[in-house]
Design a binder for this molecule. Structure first.
Ligand code: GLU
Length: 471
């Protein structure tokens, strides 16, 4: 059975790189009818942030990635880690090191001065026939693992294929600090092993941790999981993604009007592909995702593509769903009798839910101002008021016949001919009267949504106010 996990450290909000990692882990577990766990790596108490934990959970809920079982918190598992540290000490696979911070600093400086990579020199490592220094007073020891001194640590990375790390790159690293708190790599390896992880999918910023974690697995005689290290997400110019490029809180995408399915679709493609397919429903992702197809090179964040995907999903989810999503933006259209028409009309051009809300408000809100440029161009001479007055009369006379936009079209065409007008001569003043702008969608559609009464009221008001021309 495949068991995967997402293991965020709650030091900040969940960003899209983290969400992508969790999506991949989720898909792989679900595709294999396996288990997907959530583990909060909160042993670094100083760096933890309560809000960050809430933000991670909120983001998970928003995108709908459900995990199995309960959330594991590493901070609640200290006794488990202690037990395993004691076991290694008893078996002679780890040892106490009494080197003081000052001594370590001197060691590091000397090594650096000699152009060597800083590493622990094994002073306290017990060896056959070696006499250890006398235990100094007043120093609480750290616990170090006995890492192999020679040879190569090898593993097959599912993304990059075979990885070799020379043992000289891994020293006897600390597994428990002097205050007894276990270190990061130790707890990750212990938990992955105890939680039965078969596949660890994570960012390639963790690549250098993997040999250390393998040393821990080997000390216990455990088989390491399969590792997949995913390349980073860069900005379009190949640099580290910054906040400005999109490296923001996942919930910020919600606030900016993205649908979770668009974000997940965007993220699945950011580092993985299936031929040249761009649109993936969750069902398709679950059917097709395979971590061995994760790209080997870094991917570039592309805002245009995210917007394109978002507009695709806005057009394709149900109007019921859109109405529900719009509530988050204080736009309540559930009770509107022309809800379907209104959404069909506005969703075609909206790239985000914020744009959709704005487009809806342009239609539903009674304008108080009229775009000056449009007024100066299209409400030039007084004759327009007479025309609009006649048009209002026409609408009122036909009130019973006017429901759909084609009904408005049917009576408007003969009117235009009768008055020998060009379309914009009538439509732009009406558009201005109804919405205050000249950019709104088709006038017939707007009128159909608003109905005869509201349409006529708005035209009359605009005429009475002379489109605010005088002031
Ligand atoms: N806690 C680590 C992080 O947030 C992830 C560790 C892992 O996936 O092994 O970056």
């Amino acid at each position: 059975m495949v068991v995967t996990r997402f293991a965020p450290s709650p030091t900040g909000y969940l960003h899209i790189g983290g969400l992508r990692t969790s999506l991949y882990s989720y898909l792989w577990a679900r595709r294999n009818k396996g288990v997907f766990r959530l583990r909060i790596e909160d042993t670094d108490l100083e760096r933890n942030n309560i809000d960050a934990l809430g933000a991670i959970m909120e983001a998970f809920e928003w995108v709908g990635l459900d995990y199995d079982g309960t959330v594991e918190y590493q901070s609640k598992r200290m006794d488990v880690y202690k037990k395993y540290i004691d076991q290694l000490l008893e078996e002679g696979k780890a040892y106490k090191c009494y080197m003081s911070k000052e001594e370590l600093d001197v060691l590091r400086e000397t090594q650096m001065a000699n152009k060597q990579t800083p590493r622990y020199d094994g002073t306290w490592r017990p060896e056959e026939g070696k006499v250890l220094p006398p235990i100094p007073e007043g120093i609480e020891p750290v616990v170090r693992i006995k890492a192999p001194k020679e040879g190569v640590i090898t593993f097959i990375d599912g993304v990059r294929s075979i990885m070799n790390f020379n043992c000289s790159e891994v020293d006897d690293f600390v597994i428990a600090r002097s205050n007894g708190v276990p270190t990061y790599n130790f707890v990750v390896a212990i938990d992955d092993a105890l939680m039965g992880m078969t596949d660890v999918i994570r960012g390639d910023d963790h690549l250098s941790n993997t040999p250390k974690q393998i040393v821990i697995y080997e000390a216990f005689g455990w088989t390491p999981p399969k590792f997949y290290h995913i390349p980073m997400i860069n900005n379009p110019s190949g640099k580290k993604l910054s906040k400005r490029d999109g490296a923001m809180d996942v919930m910020q995408y919600k606030r900016e009007g993205f649908l979770p399915e668009a974000l997940l679709n965007f993220l699945v493609r950011l580092g993985w592909s299936n031929k040249d397919q761009e649109i993936f429903s969750m069902e398709e992702m679950l059917e097709l995702f395979d971590p061995t197809n994760i790209n080997k090179s870094a991917s570039a964040y592309n805002q245009e593509k995210l917007l394109w995907l978002n507009s695709h999903y806005i057009k394709n989810v149900s109007n019921e769903r859109l109405a529900k999503e719009l509530e988050f933006f204080d736009c309540f259209i559930h009770g509107h009798d022309k809800k379907e028409m209104l959404l069909d009309l506005t969703k075609e051009r909206a790239q985000t839910l914020v744009e959709l809300k704005d487009a809806i408000n342009v239609i539903l809100d009674t304008p108080t101002e009229y775009e000056e440029k449009g007024v100066n161009k299209f409400v030039k001479d007084e004759t327009i008021y007479k025309i609009l007055e006649n048009y209002v009369k026409l609408l009122e006379e036909n009130v019973d016949k006017l429901h759909l936009s084609i009904d408005y079209e049917a009576i408007t065409k003969p009117f235009i001919e009768e008055f020998e007008l060009k379309f914009p001569q009538l439509f732009q003043p009406i558009r201005l009267a109804l919405t205050g702008t000249t950019q709104a969608p088709s006038v017939y559609d707007i009128m159909a949504v608003l109905g005869v009464k509201v349409t006529c009221d708005r035209i009359k008001t605009a005429c009475e106010k002379k489109f605010n021309k005088e002031g």
